[in-house]
Design a protein around this ligand. Sequence first.
Ligand SMILES: C[S@@+](CC[C@H](N)C(=O)[O-])C[C@H]1O[C@@H](n2cnc3c(N)ncnc32)[C@H](O)[C@@H]1O
Length: 221
Amino acid sequence: MVMSSAPANFDGLVGIYRALEWVAFGRDLERARFIHLAQLQACRDILVLGEGDGRALARLLPLAPHAHVHCLDVSPAMLNRAAARLSSPDRSRVTFETANILTAHLPGRRFDAVVTLFFLDCFTASEVASVVEKVQASLRPGATWLFADFSLPARGFARLRARVWLSVLYAFFRWQTKLSARALPPSEQLLAEAGWCRIAECEFQDGLVRSVVFNQPGSRT
Ligand SMILES: C[S@@+](CC[C@H](N)C(=O)[O-])C[C@H]1O[C@@H](n2cnc3c(N)ncnc32)[C@H](O)[C@@H]1O
């Protein structure tokens, strides 16, 4: 069992989150969020964790017209902003839940996809491992995991640059949200160790940002 500290509080960032990322990375975080969303077109039940201000959710709903989305985030302000972005027909296909993923109870074997965009980097490695274990128990066989996050390139100037950015980002989010994680967890490695296979991937910002589609071997039921 993972002992978790108080969750980060992103409420205060809701009004400036988008502007901050544009100043730092232009549209690349949006590209990373959106590039693989169409892979979820045929899904019926999608779990979105740590959605934030709703930009990905607003894109996802028209792309997956038959899906019901369960959207969980610990920040009420972020969820309010996300809900406000949606048309009322799209909003009727979303259940919003304000909860901490580390302590939340997810329903068993319900979802055919999970979306974590710049979310798993809020946690330590052991917390990510427990999130992966918890989420897996709520997915159907053959599910898809849509993942985007920061990453540390293997070598060279790109690695040095990424180290500087990651130090700045973790310092900023620790200060602003009381994030307890202090370094990037090896989320992709943890997903691979849990049996998830990469089926598509894209990099932005010289490898500092990655967007990956993982599949779980097994047929959908
Ligand atoms: C870095 S933001 C990313 C938001 C968005 N997905 C994006 O692409 O920018 C992290 C989001 O995860 C939420 N979050 C952080 N810790 C959480 C936790 N323990 N349980 C649920 N949500 C959490 C925050 O409230 C915030 O909305």
